[in-house]
Design a protein around this ligand. Structure first.
Ligand SMILES: [Zn+2]
Length: 115
């Protein structure tokens, strides 16, 4: 797999996304993503689901589609609270660690009240 064809999930930092989550998103490091829906900032979403966290780009962040505008930070916190299981478990690399994945993508996790 060439790095040129690999994009990074803006929610969990998974680096194996096959097409850009949004047409104008690009690769990390990112600055502030702003508020959902992210199509306001990044143009057309791919409507793909992340193999790791399961965020559906253009759906989970769009109140017109999913009924709620979920930010990447909120989704990540909810996903971790529900166990942090891979959406496509077969894609999970051996020895995978979320902290490392987030760090590489420059994603700072917002601690929840439970932590
Ligand atoms: Zn993800």
């Amino acid at each position: 797999m060439s790095a040129a064809h690999s994009f990074v999930c803006p929610c969990c930092g998974y680096p194996g996304i096959e097409c850009p989550p949004w047409e104008k998103m690009g690769l990390p490091p990112w600055t502030d993503h702003g508020q959902p829906p992210y199509s306001q900032r990044y143009g057309f979403p791919s409507f793909a689901c992340c193999s790791c966290c399961g965020f559906e780009y253009g759906f989970d962040d769009d109140p017109g589609a999913s009924g709620a505008a979920t930010s990447f930070g909120d989704y990540l916190a909810d996903w971790l609270a529900s166990g942090g299981n891979w959406f496509s478990p077969a894609r999970q690399p051996e020895g995978w660690r979320l902290d490392e994945q987030l760090r590489r993508a420059g994603i700072v996790r917002t601690p929840t009240d439970d932590e």
